[in-house]
Design a protein around this ligand. Sequence first.
Ligand SMILES: [Zn+2]
Length: 403
Amino acid sequence: MLGPIVTATDAGEGLALASGAPFGQMTPMDRFSFTLHGTDGSARTGLISTPNGEVRTPAFMPVGTAGTVKAMLPENVRETGADIVLGNTYHLMLRPGAERIARLGGLHRFMNWNRPILTDSGGFQVMSLADLRKLTEEGVTFRSHIDGSRHHLTPERSMEIQRLLGADIVMAFDECPALPADEARVAQSMRLSMRWAERSRAAFGDRPGHALFGIQQGGVTRELREESAAALTRIGFDGYAVGGLAVGEGQEAMFGVLDHACDMLPVDRPRYLMGVGKPDDIVGAVKRGIDMMDCVLPSRSGRTGQAWTRAGQVNLKNARHADDPRPLDETCTCPACRSYSRAYLHHVFRAGEMISGMLLTWHNLHYFQELMQGMRAAIAEGRFADWERGFHARRTEGDIPPL
Ligand SMILES: [Zn+2]
């Protein structure tokens, strides 16, 4: 069943039910807005508008860690169907530096991607990558993993860096404890993140056309997730992320959180699940009401000889492909499947040729975007449950048998 059309803009007009008025009047081009076009169960499809372009949801965001989606030209990333990419504050602040990128015209121009960009806050990567970090109420002090230089990251500095980069969607600065962690530690961390969310909101200020997302924390404890959602909603954000998942808790625990976490967040704002995931994680998250996701998986797998297809994961390192003249997936329209055999993809991986990472990254990104497109259409037409059955059935069949 299709739900009502709901629109929210960064001007704070809140909920506007469609009344036959042209969309242009409700979502001017210089504004950030989210329009929900339809729902099917808890799954949703809609459109995020930014001055740099539109993002169809549910959306998968390829990760451009250091100002590039590895092995891909930006125009090729776009050809796979991506509307938005993610940039990493932590990596870009260390190299080449946010001030330098700002002097060179901002991240869009610097990396030649003229569509929406979301940047993370740096918090998660500082916690997981940096050495010698020291966490206080004020923020985090750490040493760069590149050259050991000393840096300080606070909610205010994170907002400044993301403004210098020119991100369309900015993430609040938060702390994410590694799981498993005891509940007292998770609660303490979540409450610190909520104080940082308030400081992020104040430091972000009023920037029409740019959005600030808050990040819900609270581990796998429902009461803590409730407390976090209430704190964020009170502060007020343009979108809400479900944070602190995909950190080793397992799919069942993640879905368990999503079963109730989405309902705690405002219906008229986009919901973003950070760092997810594998295709079946993505499908399960969309089913539970998530609108946006990001993951390094398609590009990272592409560099290690792993392909993601309708049939699941295919390992092109495997000797079974050495004499196989068939395409990786005969129904796929990406360049790797259209013009090359499994035998060739196997050979260039074995030979360590750069084209291996290029072709498999392209294929993987293409597959992930096709997956999102399939879900968007199924939700809009009210047949998500059927679509999901087909998705799982095809994976259960597995890859085509060897010749
Ligand atoms: Zn392909």
